[in-house]
Write a protein that binds this ligand. Structure first.
Ligand SMILES: [Fe+2]
Ligand SMILES: [Fe+2]
Length: 390
């Protein structure tokens, strides 16, 4: 049942209208504007429609409409005006303020009922449309969230597979993305962004985690080799940039112009290019190397230097800082190196956090291995006991 509030200072009119609607609606009557406003602001359930006599006492009817339509909580109440004023400008002013209908006095109750019924019908349609729009919005949000989760799922899975393949602690991809984030933020704040939109920041860091995904295609004996590579092994290793970009090229048609794909491609293919042109796979130099790949290159080398690998021991942050600084304009973009130097304290702090996380992950992995062994043991014992019974 709809609720209607009638505001009229004339008691006879008020009672007549109340009688007209009380069979079909819940009716609230008020004989002045201030009382009506007070009631509205205190109510948790608002009327669907208000019939307001333009000649009410207290504040003016126009002010009352203005306050209702200017209030977020009340603005959807449908307002119908009744008035003895025949001036068109009065009528227009009521509509301008948000009234839905204007009925001239003397009011014919049957006509008023019909006009109010029409407004309530429109209100019903509006509510239906709004609920449909809300439902659609919920569906869109649900799908957007699901597709984002799917992206995180796939990226997590790929980085996990890479870490299983190359025997790292599993943190390299995440660490590189973190260091890159710090450098990139510094550059963007200094206005050096090469057209990268600030809202793409998170997306870029997500893509950065995939920069070494091509290592899945490199033979294990090369990836895990201790000591120096032969020329042939080095060529195989270098191919990880091409494997990744080839895979992206094959499937990019599924999502044309997708920024995530473009960023992933730039970083996966070009992160081993050098500023002096002596890198791989394409020997690009200077600004011809995509910007994000130039930023990632510094983060990637920094993590490689401070981390333990099968073929080398880690070096300190200070040593890595010096090596990267010396590489400005040779291996690395000087602007990226400057940003790295400015942000070095934050990068050092992040590296300490990453090392702590890496240790925690190793502890978790050995706990998992212990659990696995104990389950295996129990399973064997049960099998032996069953064999004795039969
Ligand atoms: Fe790489
Ligand atoms: Fe890497």
């Amino acid at each position: 049942m709809h609720t209607i509030m009638i505001v009229d200072s004339n008691d006879t009119e008020l009672v007549a209208m109340q009688r007209a609607f009380e069979q079909t609606c819940s009716v609230i009557t008020m004989n002045n504007a201030k009382g009506a406003l007070g009631r509205l602001s205190k109510s948790t359930v608002l009327p669907d429609l208000m019939i307001i006599d333009l000649e009410i006492v207290g504040i003016s009817a126009f002010e009352l409409i203005g306050r209702i339509k200017g209030n977020d909580k009340m603005k959807d109440i449908c307002v119908v005006i009744i008035s003895g004023d025949k001036d068109t400008s009065t009528e227009l002013e009521a509509f301008r303020l948000g009234a839905a209908d204007f009925i001239h006095k003397p009011v014919n109750i049957t006509l008023l009922k019909k006009r109010v019924e029409l407004q309530l019908e429109v209100l019903g349609y509006k509510k239906q449309v709004q609920s449909h729009v809300n439902q659609l919005q919920q569906n869109v949000n649900f799908h957007a969230q699901n597709s984002l989760r799917l992206e995180y799922f796939l990226i997590g899975m790929i980085t996990d597979l890479i870490s299983v393949k190359d025997g790292f602690t599993g943190m390299h991809s995440i660490a590189v993305s973190k260091y890159m984030g710090i450098i990139l933020k510094d550059m963007m704040m200094s206005g050096i962004n090469y057209g990268i939109a600030p809202e793409d920041y998170e997306l870029i860091l997500l893509s950065a985690q995939l920069h070494d995904m091509g290592k899945i295609g490199v033979p294990d004996n090369v990836l895990r080799k201790e000591g120096k590579y032969t020329d042939e092994e080095f060529t195989q290793m270098k191919n990880h940039t091409v494997y990744a970009s080839n895979a992206i090229e094959r499937y990019a048609y599924l999502l044309p112009n997708n920024k995530f794909i473009v960023y992933t491609y730039q970083m996966a293919r070009y992160h081993h290019e050098r500023y002096d042109g002596n890198g791989y796979p394409d020997g690009l130099s200077g600004q011809n190397i995509p910007f994000l790949a130039r930023v990632l290159a510094v983060a990637d080398v920094y993590d490689a230097l401070i981390s333990k690998r099968s073929y080398k021991q880690p070096i300190t942050h200070e040593q890595a800082y010096n090596i990267i600084s010396q590489g400005a304009g040779i291996q690395f973009d000087p602007q990226v190196v400057s940003a790295f130097q400015r942000a070095q304290a934050d990068i050092y702090e992040a590296s300490r956090q990453m090392q702590a996380q890496s240790l925690a992950m190793q502890a978790e992995q050995s706990k998992q291995a212990e659990m696995h062994n104990s389950m295996l043991q129990k399973s064997k014992q049960i099998d032996q006991a069953n064999t004795r019974v039969f």
